[in-house]
Design a protein around this ligand. Structure first.
Ligand code: 3HC
Length: 292
């Protein structure tokens, strides 16, 4: 079995920064890449906010938080990921961008290194064949917030080598996550089931069927969900949610997944949810969970 001591992450947005935190919390050395210094800085702020919250709640000592941050090396060059034993890309959900990143990682990383994509709905097969090592490319899909949600979906394609999936499964389990293995179909398991529901909630809101508070309260207090669908769309990001639905709809033509027009409109208007400070709800500041 492969040993994973140093891991790479490309992209330090909401998911990428969360994945970096998961790795660093588990004692791994992390090489984290972003496109420019500004994006690296945004990722750092995300990580520091998240670890400070854990310190504030007494879940982590300040010393452990400092050590965690100390295990992370940031860079703006993918060439600096050459030492990684496994790399996860978590760049925005566009096929060409992800394929370009994986292609570059393929040139930089050792030939036995597993290249994983955190894609939520794109075809892992299409990404895999854009590298020179399709058998070593897998989907490794984390859930938001990555440090909290236990699930990791591992996506195997028709060419994934069996030992690669087994090593990825053991790796995910070593992070105290619950891995599930599935084939390559848009939305995998969780998003394929979840997003029809979220989309339906957006449509009900759009039709002024109920207030946002009542829609969310119904699912929290009637069905025991940890948060209501509109609050969850804000957490995931409206742009990401639109992209996921659009990709699933284009693949399956299932009307459940035809994106509610309001999702596109809010995305165009920059109302992206928590990350921009406003979505269905308004937040005290970008990335915060405090509703005002
Ligand atoms: N980053 C790190 N940790 C976080 C966090 C964040 N953004 N938000 C909350 N936490 C931690 C808190 O520190 C706390 O940790 P502790 O128990 O160790 O002290 C714990 O989570 C609980 O937080 P809170 O008490 O502040 O709040 P809640 O109990 O209301 O939980 C929640 C917040 C974890 C977000 C919960 O509401 C939840 O699980 N919501 C559902 C989220 C969900 O469905 N995610 C999946 C989305 S789909 C997806 O990601 C797929 C992708 O492809 C789009």
């Amino acid at each position: 079995m492969r040993e994973f001591r140093t891991v790479g992450v490309v992209g330090l947005g909401t998911m990428g920064a969360g994945i970096v935190e998961v790795f660093a919390r588990n004692g791994l050395r992390v090489l984290a890449a972003e496109v420019d210094a500004e994006a690296v800085e945004r990722g750092r702020v995300h990580l520091e906010t998240s670890t400070a919250r854990a310190v504030g709640r007494g879940k982590l000592t300040q010393e452990a938080a400092d050590e965690l941050i100390g295990r992370i090396t940031t860079t703006t060059s993918l060439a600096d990921l050459a030492e990684a034993d496994l790399v996860v890309e978590a760049v925005p959900e566009h096929l060409d961008l992800k394929a370009q990143v994986l292609g570059e990682l393929d040139r930089v990383c050792r030939p036995d290194v597993i290249l994983a994509s955190n894609t939520s709905s794109l075809s892992v097969t299409e990404l895999a064949v854009r590298t020179g090592r399709p058998g070593k490319v897998v989907g490794m899909h984390f859930f938001n917030p990555a440090p909290v949600q236990k699930l990791v979906e591992l996506v195997r394609t028709v060419v994934t080598e069996p030992d690669v999936i087994e090593d990825a499964r053991a790796f995910a389990a070593s992070l105290d996550k619950v891995p599930v293995v599935i084939g390559d179909r848009a939305g995998f398991i969780a998003n394929a089931l979840l997003f029809g529901y979220l989309n339906h909630a957006a449509r009900m809101y759009e039709a002024r069927y109920a207030t946002r508070e009542d829609l969310d309260a119904a699912m929290r207090y009637g069905c025991g969900y940890p948060m209501g669908p509109l609050a969850l769309l804000d957490l995931i990001g409206l742009d990401t949610s639109y992209e996921i639905l659009d990709t699933m709809y284009r693949q399956s033509r299932n009307p459940l997944h035809a994106p509610a027009p309001i999702l596109k409109q809010m995305t165009t208007a920059g109302l992206l949810g928590r990350k921009s400070g406003r979505g269905f709800y308004t937040y005290a500041k970008p990335h915060s969970s405090e509703v005002v």
